[in-house]
Design a protein around this ligand. Structure first.
Ligand code: PMP
Length: 305
């Protein structure tokens, strides 16, 4: 991935992709204190646009605040950097990765006196969990790894270090032949996927774990809450047990990368009819209308690049 054409925005400059490098003594590389975002640009009916850019940038600044890192740019500069990266790389759609990290001035655990950096890269990225998964649904395993407790790592920060837990859970699930992991919190209640929020449907009502289960406050999750309201679907945010997931009528993951991915199986148990459910399909279709600029109500969520 490092050796390719294209540009990466790095600390205010457009740098050639293959020259966008950092030193091996970079603090974040050693201790994992950094924050990032995952953002998508869509080739909408009005041209390339970034979906919910302001909200992603706000979460990046909030993640940095939680980690006590001061990003040396304004949110407006970070927004503009993301638009510029899409333009410079001539992308019509794609995935954006802003990341803020602590520099290489010193290597003690304390980051005080070190420098804070920011980069934004973008590249084409299709369906995160596969095109087929978007239609048929994916197979998920409840992880043997517990999701972060809210007072161990900071679960509302999209922190670099939080992802070791996601990586372990994803590797365990995929090594066992599943597509993705679902993690439980320290009390055993359902939290989220390795990189996705979870929704289930039971008796026509949509349920999602409340954020005290250590799930990230997903921007797609929030989009789904709006969509459900528009579709007249009741949504309940509550503690959810794994057996509630097993006996749900439908289940799906949401995320910027995963978009709306139906779940057809959990721990080898079929969910509902064992394929994408009708309510999931409705929500998925409304989601793609919004991100592709086909729903004027949410035109303000799309920033033209
Ligand atoms: N949870 C985790 C752990 C994630 O990595 C993501 C992806 N950012 C999500 C949930 C979904 O968040 P969003 O919809 O904002 O991408």
């Amino acid at each position: 991935m490092s050796d390719r054409d294209g540009k990466i925005w790095m600390d205010g400059q457009m740098v050639d992709w293959r020259d966008a490098k950092i030193h091996v003594l970079t603090h974040t590389l050693h201790y994992g204190c950094g924050a990032f975002e995952g953002v998508r640009a869509y080739n909408t009916v009005n041209g390339p646009a970034i979906f919910r850019l302001a909200e992603h940038t706000e979460r990046l600044f909030n993640s940095a605040k939680i980690l006590r890192m001061k990003i040396p740019f304004t949110p407006e500069q970070v927004n503009e950097a993301q638009c510029a990266v899409i333009r410079e790389n001539k992308l019509e759609s794609g995935y954006l990765r802003p990341l803020t990290w602590i520099g290489d001035k010193k290597l003690g655990v304390s980051p005080k006196g070190n420098t804070i950096h920011l980069m934004v890269a973008a590249w084409p990225w299709g369906a995160y969990l596969g095109e087929e998964g978007m239609k048929r649904g994916i197979r998920v395993k409840i992880s043997s790894y517990t999701r972060h407790h809210v007072n161990i790592t900071m679960t509302q920060a999209k922190a670099v270090s939080n992802y070791t837990n996601s990586i372990l859970a994803n590797m365990e699930a995929t090594d066992d032949g599943y597509d993705e992991a679902m993690l439980l919190d320290a009390s055993g209640f359902v939290s989220e996927g390795a990189g996705e929020n979870l929704f289930i449907v039971k008796g026509g009502v949509v349920y999602t774990p409340d954020l005290s289960a250590g799930a990230l406050n997903g921007i797609t999750r929030n989009t789904i809450l709006h969509i459900c309201k528009d579709l007249g679907l009741e949504v309940v945010q509550k503690r959810i047990t794994r057996d509630e997931v097993y006996i749900s009528d439908e289940a799906f993951f949401t995320g910027t990368a995963a978009e709306v991915t139906p779940i057809r199986e959990v721990d080898r148990l079929e969910i509902g009819c064992g394929s994408r459910g009708p309510i999931t399909e409705k929500i998925q279709s409304a989601f793609f209308d919004i991100v592709n600029g086909r729903n004027p109500k949410y035109a303000h969520w799309l920033t033209k690049v």
